[in-house]
Structures are given as structure tokens and as C-alpha cells.
Write a protein that binds this ligand. Structure first.
Ligand code: KDG
Length: 305
């Protein structure tokens, strides 16, 4: 059985590690893959559902998940499509992504890709706004996965991860609004919600999410201001750990994966969010989405100190 099964698209990452220089360090990304690797590094039993190309990058991902202890029995290999990739560029306003992913293997997933039964054997299914955005068949696959999970009593975690390069705002709003009704845990960032709702007040944002039909727990992520847990009855603010971030790529994914892992280890929401805040902060201290993901020992040491 699995603690966490995630569904989405892995992307090879090319990260500009020196501003103004045309040098890129190869790593790995893809929000839900990042999340599931973060969870595995906290000790969770994880599986990933996706499709990769029959190419070097697909093989590298399979090797990565194997090394991280992430089950790949639900990963399809598609000989007629490629594994996607993205560049990270760093500027005065933080990092920006450029994608080469249209027609990628993961975007060709269909609900039939879920036949392996991994979801039914999990405590949590984790999906995201990116999984929903990459194609209509991927979107159908995410909704089918959520339905399977709910029918089997599996909790559904949804990270908003809004990427306006991938879909128009109106479609993103309508789709995420629909999807959040099926989630038992919704993990939006304030930045994403500001785009979706047009307001920048956390309390009003949480009201909007409840009015949209969220019935489970909502954790609104406020970046350096920490997060707010809304369990439907009370709203609890949790402070962030301040660090000198080098590259915030994947910090939200680390938050999601760590939070789910700690819930599976028995933490209450407050302890799990505190832990996830620290893990996410530590993940910003190096370049890349995956390399700097901390392990449990590092997070626990920081929490104690
Ligand atoms: O959260 C980090 C991800 O955005 C990054 O790894 C790339 O998955 C990615 C995407 O689609 O933007």
C-alpha cells in the first residue's frame, strides 16, 4: 500500500544558475513529481502516475524515482512522444519558467492510464493545477483519478499551481473551482488565488474558496508570511521560517509532499504545516526543484534548533 500516489507531468529542468550567463544545470522538475520525491524523502511510501517518452530523459526519470524509492508501476512509456522540459531563468522578480512540453508524453495520459489500481491502495491522491492544465485528456484523467479516489475512500490533495502560460485564466478558474470541490485538502497559494479571485486579502480568499464548494481542509500559502489552516471551523495562522532563498523552484511542491508525509505519520494539521513550512524553506537554499529537497533529519534538526 502507499501513503501518497501523485499524478501529473515530470519535466526535465534546465536551471540558469548564474544570472546573465547562458549556462544551465540539468536537473528534474514537474510539480507533482517534486512533491512525491519530497514526501519519499520524509519517509512516506509513494507512487507516481504519469507517462514519459521512450527517450533518455524518460529513462533518467525512471532511474530517479527508483533511487528515491518512488514506485513506478503506474508510469507508462510512450514511444511516439517525448518527455517535456523547461528552463528556469532568474531575474530581479524571482524565477520564471519557459516550457518545451506541448504534445509531451504526459499530456497524452488518459483515464485508462489509471487502471493499475495504485490510487485505490493509497491514503492520499495528490494532483495539481498543472496536471489539469496540460491537455484535455490529462484534465479528464485528473478528474477520473479524483473520482476513483473518493469512491475508494482515498483522500484527495489538490495544489492550485496556476501556470498562466498553460491555459487562459477563465478556463483555469472554472476548472480549479470544479476540482476543488472534489478535494479533501486544497493547497492554494495566495499568488494563485489573487489571479483567480482578483483580491489579495487572505480572509476573503478563504471565504471565496468555501463559497466555491470546498468542504475539506484548506491550507492557504502566503509565501514568506507562512500559511493559514482553515479546517472549516477555525482559521489558524502558522509562521514561516525566514531564509535567504537562492531558488524557490519547487518550494510549494516540497510543502505539499512534506505535509502529506507528516499527516501519514500521524501529525495533526498544525504540526504538519509547521514541518512543511520548514521543509519548503530549506528547499530554497539550492538550485533546482529536486536536488535541494531536504530529508527528514535536516527538517527535524531545523525544527528543534
Ligand atoms: O513548482 C515547480 C514546477 O513548476 C516546476 O518544477 C515546473 O512542473 C513545472 C511546471 O509545470 O511549471
Amino acid at each position: 500500500d502507499f501513503d501518497i500516489v501523485a499524478l501529473g507531468e515530470p519535466l526535465v529542468e534546465l536551471n540558469q544558475t548564474h544570472k546573465d550567463q547562458l549556462q544551465y544545470l540539468q536537473g528534474f522538475g514537474g510539480d507533482t513529481s517534486n512533491a512525491v520525491i519530497a514526501a519519499a524523502r520524509q519517509g512516506a511510501r509513494c507512487a507516481y502516475l504519469t507517462r514519459v517518452g521512450d527517450d533518455t530523459f524518460g529513462a533518467q526519470f525512471l532511474a530517479l524515482w527508483l533511487a528515491e524509492g518512488v514506485d513506478t508501476s503506474g508510469v507508462e512509456v510512450d514511444a511516439s512522444a517525448h518527455t517535456g522540459l523547461y528552463f528556469v531563468q532568474h531575474g530581479p522578480d524571482g524565477h520564471a519558467f519557459s516550457y518545451l512540453r506541448r504534445g509531451s508524453a504526459a499530456s497524452l495520459m488518459t483515464p485508462a492510464s489509471l487502471a493499475g489500481g495504485q490510487i485505490e491502495r493509497a491514503r492520499f491522491l495528490h494532483v495539481s493545477g498543472i496536471s489539469l492544465a496540460i491537455s484535455t485528456s490529462a484534465c479528464d484523467t485528473v478528474f477520473a483519478a479524483m473520482a476513483r479516489a473518493r469512491a475508494a475512500g482515498v483522500e484527495v490533495s489538490l495544489d492550485s499551481n496556476l501556470r498562466l502560460r498553460l491555459w487562459p485564466l477563465d478556463r483555469a478558474r472554472a476548472t480549479l473551482r470544479e476540482a476543488l470541490c472534489h478535494a479533501t485538502l486544497f493547497l492554494p497559494s495566495m499568488d494563485d488565488m489573487q489571479h483567480l479571485t482578483g483580491n489579495d486579502d487572505p480572509e476573503r480568499t478563504l471565504d471565496w474558496i468555501r463559497d466555491a464548494g470546498a468542504t475539506g481542509v484548506v491550507v492557504l500559502k502566503l509565501g514568506k508570511d507562512g500559511s493559514i489552516i482553515d479546517d472549516g471551523k477555525t482559521r489558524t495562522p502558522i509562521a514561516a521560517l525566514r531564509v535567504d532563498a537562492v531558488d524557490a523552484t519547487g518550494a510549494g511542491d516540497c510543502f505539499a509532499g512534506s505535509l502529506l508525509a507528516r499527516r501519514c505519520q500521524g501529525d495533526n494539521w498544525v504540526d504538519a504545516v509547521r514541518y512543511a513550512n520548514v521543509a519548503a524553506a530549506l528547499s530554497t537554499l539550492g538550485y533546482g526543484a529536486v536536488n535541494p529537497l531536504p530529508r527528514a533529519e535536516q527538517v527535524l534538526a531545523k525544527l528543534k534548533g
